[in-house]
Design a protein around this ligand. Structure first.
Ligand code: ZN
Ligand code: ZN
Length: 306
């Protein structure tokens, strides 16, 4: 996996970071954080489209994708002893996404939000809700990471800003995919911290706003979200011990009006592959429109991380 060394403490950091996770030294990682339109055409080439069309996402591939994601946080691989506390969670998140207070107050209506590999916590969020907020936003990040690593694995390429922007675009472009994303993050949050769980609020908001959405597709998306939440839990359980005040193994889907059961493994992989392929193909077919859109996202990654 691509790494960048810290010249202050020699720690090996994941390639898409600009601050050392050990000592916070600036890594001056300008080689990664540069926005070059030529990289767009290299990624969305006809060769890559052909490659993607020929290669399905297999369960072995998917396992190795999840393991690469676990590796990113490797330095913290001793799971938390018992109590989940904010300081520890910030540390665990660091190699994935940096946690900080939102001084700009960009989304005053939310306890927290996730943007371009950063987790922002509203200054007014009650203390006891901060751990849950971090786990929720970190789950959004891990989901993005699953998309990125899947694309990297299938095309045998390294991580780049365009790979990250592609994943970012993919999670935001489609209402059903937003449902997958919100459901899974709430469920992971509920799984690890059931005590201070405050419901599937962002999901319910999406469902309330989406009056035109198709009921069957919503259900499939929730089932997909459930299946992927199990994968995110698999990753995070290497780092976080579930806070065990849980009354029973069964976790209720508080105030979500749908029957939810996880999609079976093969269906999940097929769906993941289909979304990856069709989105990739659509970017490829609309290069002239899509290049500036993804380039803008690259700029945001640079702004948020440098
Ligand atoms: Zn360092
Ligand atoms: Zn969310």
């Amino acid at each position: 996996m691509d790494k960048i060394i810290c010249n202050n403490c020699n720690h090996l950091n994941h390639i898409n970071t600009n601050k050392c996770t050990k000592c916070d030294n600036s890594l001056r990682n300008y080689a990664y954080f540069k926005n070059d339109f030529k990289d767009f055409y290299k990624l969305f080439s006809s060769d890559n489209l052909d490659l993607l069309e020929k290669l399905p996402l297999t369960d072995t591939a998917y396992d190795s994708i999840l393991n690469s994601i676990i590796d990113i946080g490797g330095e913290n691989l001793n799971p938390m002893p018992s109590q989940i506390d904010t300081r520890k969670l910030i540390q665990i998140s660091k190699p994935y996404a940096r946690v900080q207070y939102d001084n700009s107050n960009r989304h005053p209506g939310y306890y927290s939000y996730y943007s371009f590999n950063n987790i922002f916590i509203n200054r007014l969020t009650p203390h006891q809700l901060i751990p849950g907020a971090i786990v929720h936003e970190l789950s959004h990040h891990i989901f993005n990471e699953i998309i990125e690593q899947s694309l990297m694995h299938l095309l045998n390429i390294r991580k780049s800003l365009y790979v990250e922007s592609f994943a970012w675009y993919l999670t935001l472009q489609n209402d059903y995919f937003k449902i997958v994303n919100e459901y899974l993050s709430h469920r992971v949050q509920e799984y690890f911290l059931p005590d201070h769980f405050n419901g599937y609020s962002s999901l319910n908001q999406l469902l309330d706003d989406g009056v035109d959405l198709d009921g069957e597709k919503i259900e499939t998306s929730l089932n997909m979200g459930h299946a992927i939440s199990d994968d995110v839990i698999f990753v995070l359980e290497k780092y976080i011990t579930r806070s065990l005040d849980v009354k029973s193994e069964y976790i209720g889907y508080h105030n979500v009006d749908y029957e939810i059961s996880p999609l079976d493994e093969q269906k999940k992989l097929d769906m993941m592959y289909t979304i990856l392929f069709t989105t990739f193909e659509s970017v490829y077919r609309h290069k002239r429109d899509m290049q500036p859109i993804l380039s803008d996202m690259n700029e945001s990654f640079i702004r948020y991380n440098i």
